[in-house]
Design a protein around this ligand. Structure first.
Ligand SMILES: Nc1ncnc2c1ncn2[C@@H]1O[C@H](COP(=O)(O)OP(=O)(O)OP(=O)(O)O)[C@@H](O)[C@H]1O
Length: 231
């Protein structure tokens, strides 16, 4: 647990300075600056291939930038050794992906419980109660024992949102979370994601190509090769 160093409520949620990323000799982006507060929903637009997913990976410490720094709640995740970076991810980050990434052999309940188990929570009653509360919040009460193959696309994305939020992360990273959904379902999922983020006081960074998603954000930014600009 990293609580002693990351539960500092005075620390800024996300502060990215001078971030640059290349794959081999191919530059992706440089000079990326981005700050986020708690409770803020930010949409990140950008051409295909400009590096939006790479930026999320650098924020999460899953990939190393070539220059610059990423501070989450005051901690430079890019400078941490992997065990400490993994602990910061487990404690403070929640992920929602376009392709859901729910585990097909686990029930909805067990998929949503995973972040709690990874944090070391062992009390079955506490896990059960938290998962049930989270499923109710995303409109999936009653579907806890189903397998992912028995759910619709919109329901699967709700499972992904429940799993991203169940451990009350400070920062949610969503990579095209509605890319696979029809417009009506996408709108519902976006409303849910934004409402859950705002209610829980988490910051939410949504990578998207969707104008509807951007319209729900507090701020809209565009990633370009030479940095991030307001839209
Ligand atoms: N592991 C990797 N090795 C080499 N090149 C990579 C790697 N991952 C991504 N790239 C390249 O880096 C660039 C940025 O990719 P990235 O997936 O971050 O873009 P994106 O903006 O998220 O794209 P999209 O909107 O199409 O999902 C692309 O040119 C991609 O081909």
């Amino acid at each position: 647990m990293n609580r002693a160093t990351t539960d500092d409520h005075t620390a800024e949620l996300l502060h990215i300075r001078g971030l640059a990323k290349a794959y081999g000799r191919t530059p992706v982006f440089h000079a990326v600056e981005l700050r986020m507060r708690r409770g803020e929903v930010v949409a990140l637009l950008g051409e295909s291939g400009v590096g939006k997913s790479s930026l999320l990976n650098c924020i999460a410490g899953l990939d190393r930038p070539d220059a610059g720094s990423v501070r989450i709640l005051g901690q430079a995740i890019d400078a941490l050794a992997e065990p400490q970076a993994a602990a910061l991810r487990r404690e403070q980050l929640g992920f929602v992906f376009q392709a859901f990434h729910v585990l097909p052999h686990l029930s909805v309940r067990h998929n949503v419980a995973l972040p709690l188990l990874l944090q070391g929570l062992r009390d079955p009653a506490a896990i059960h109660a938290r998962v049930d509360a989270m499923l109710a919040e995303v409109g999936l009460a009653g579907l806890a024992e189903r397998r992912p193959r028995e759910l619709s696309g919109g329901q699967l994305q709700r499972v992904a949102i429940a799993r991203a939020l169940v451990h009350r992360p400070a920062l949610i990273l969503a990579d095209e979370p509605t890319g696979n959904l029809d417009p009506d379902t996408a709108a519902q999922v976006l409303d849910l994601l934004c409402a859950q983020a705002r209610d829980s006081g988490a910051g939410c960074l949504i990578v998207t190509h969707s104008a509807a998603a951007a319209a729900r954000a507090d701020r809209v930014l565009r990633l370009r090769a030479d940095g991030v600009a307001s839209v």
